[in-house]
Design a protein around this ligand. Structure first.
Ligand code: HEM
Length: 327
C-alpha cells in the first residue's frame, strides 16, 4: 500500500513538473521556431520560395492560400485538418464540405512546399505551419503586407465535413451571425472587419451570390453592379457551369483597402460584405480603412497572427504529418 502511494505521489510530481515546464519549452508558438535548436533553419525560406514561384505564375493561388488559412483555423484550429483527403477510415473530411469544395485552392502549393521540406528536414515541419507561412507570404506578395508569424503548430488527425459547415461563416450571414462565428473562435468584430479585406483579392463562384441577382436584385447591392453580374452569371437553372468572377474588378490581385471602398459603394459580392455597413462601429471601421493610410494593412497583419493562434496544437499534442499533408 505504501509503495502504491509513493508511486502515485511520484507520478503527480512528474505530471505537475511537466505541466510547469510546458509553457517555457514547447507549449506556445514562437516566431522563428524552426530556427532554434537547428530544427530546420531553412523552413521559412523553402516555403517562401515555393509560394513565390507558384504565385508568380498564378496570383489567384495567393488568394487561395489566404482563404485556406482561414478555413483551416476556423475548423478544429490551425491544424491542417483542411488538407486531409478522404480515406477509407474517414471518407467525409472538411475538404469535401460545401465551403471548401470545389472552391478552395492552393493544395498543390502546400504539396510542393511539404515535398521540399521533407527533403531538407524530414518529419520536422508541420503542415499547419506550412499553411500559416504560405498565407503570410501570399499577403506580402499580393499586398506588400509584412508580418512575423509564430510557428510550432502541430497537425491534427481528425477532419469532419459537417464541422466546416458549422464553423465557417456563409455569404448570406448578417452582422450578428458573422460576429458570432468569429467570437466563438476568439476573434472580435474589429478582427472580422479587418480580415474581410481579403475579399479585395481572388474570385467567387457565381453560386455564392446568385441569390442576390435572381429572381430580383437584392436592394443592398448596386443595381448597375447587379446588371453587370447578371451578364457573367446566368440564372442558376440556365447555367451549365458555375462560373467565377473576380471579387474586386478594379485590382483583382492586389490585397488592399479597395475592398472597403467597394463595400461602401455596394459593390461587394456577398450579403455578408454589405453587412459590415449595418452597425455604427463596423461602418466607422470601414470608413477609417478608406481614409487612414496604413491602418488596414496594420490591422490585417495583427488579425492574421491572431487567427493563426486559434486552438493550436503544440507538442506533445498532435503530430508532424508526413510524408504528405494529405494523409
Ligand atoms: C466574414 C466572413 C466571410 C465569408 C462569409 C466569406 C465567404 C466567402 C465566399 C463565399 C467566397 C467565394 C467562394 C467561391 O464561391 O469561390 C470567399 C472567397 C474568399 N475569401 Fe472569404 N469569407 C469570409 C471571410 C474571409 C476571411 C476572414 C478571409 C481571409 C482572411 C477570406 C478570404 C477569402 C479569399 C482570399 C477569397 C478568394 C479565394 C480564391 O480566389 O480562391 N474570407 N469568401
Amino acid at each position: 500500500m505504501e509503495s502504491k502511494i509513493s508511486i502515485l505521489i511520484t507520478c503527480l510530481i512528474f505530471a505537475t513538473a511537466f505541466q510547469l515546464l510546458l509553457p517555457l519549452s514547447e507549449a506556445s508558438l514562437e516566431v522563428g521556431y524552426y530556427n532554434y535548436k537547428n530544427r530546420c533553419p531553412k523552413a521559412e525560406s523553402i516555403v517562401n520560395y515555393t509560394v513565390s514561384s507558384f504565385v508568380k505564375k498564378n496570383s489567384g493561388l495567393g488568394a487561395g492560400l489566404i482563404r485556406m488559412f482561414f478555413h483551416d483555423c476556423f475548423v478544429r484550429g490551425c491544424d491542417a485538418s483542411v488538407l486531409l483527403d478522404p480515406s477509407p477510415a474517414n471518407p467525409d473530411p472538411e475538404k469535401k464540405s460545401i465551403p471548401n469544395n470545389p472552391s478552395l485552392r492552393g493544395f498543390d502549393v502546400i504539396d510542393a512546399a511539404k515535398a521540399a521540406l521533407e527533403k531538407a528536414c524530414p518529419g520536422v515541419v508541420s503542415c499547419a505551419d506550412i499553411i500559416a507561412l504560405a498565407a503570410r507570404d501570399a499577403a506580402y506578395l499580393l499586398g506588400k503586407i509584412s508580418y512575423d508569424i509564430p510557428t510550432g503548430r502541430r497537425d491534427g488527425k481528425v477532419s469532419i465535413n459537417a464541422e466546416a459547415l458549422q464553423f465557417l461563416p456563409a455569404p448570406f450571414f448578417n452582422l450578428s451571425q458573422l460576429e458570432a462565428s468569429f467570437a466563438i473562435k476568439g476573434l472580435n468584430t474589429s478582427d472580422m472587419v479587418a480580415l474581410s479585406g481579403a475579399h479585395s483579392i481572388g474570385r467567387s463562384h457565381c453560386s455564392s451570390f446568385t441569390s442576390r441577382l435572381y429572381p430580383t436584385t437584392d436592394p443592398t447591392m448596386s443595381a448597375r453592379f447587379a446588371n453587370f453580374l447578371r451578364i457573367l452569371c446566368p440564372p442558376p437553372q440556365n447555367a451549365t457551369i458555375d462560373g467565377v468572377v473576380p471579387q474586386n474588378f478594379l485590382k483583382p490581385n492586389r490585397l488592399s483597402k479597395q475592398y472597403y471602398f467597394n463595400v461602401k459603394a455596394l459593390l461587394g459580392l456577398f450579403f455578408s460584405d454589405w453587412s459590415l455597413l449595418t452597425s455604427k462601429e463596423t461602418r466607422q471601421q470601414v470608413t477609417d480603412y478608406t481614409t487612414t493610410p496604413g491602418l488596414f494593412e496594420a490591422d490585417f497583419a495583427k488579425a492574421m497572427v491572431k487567427m493563426g493562434s486559434i486552438e493550436v496544437l503544440t507538442f506533445p499534442q498532435g503530430e508532424i504529418r508526413g510524408p504528405t499533408c494529405r494523409l
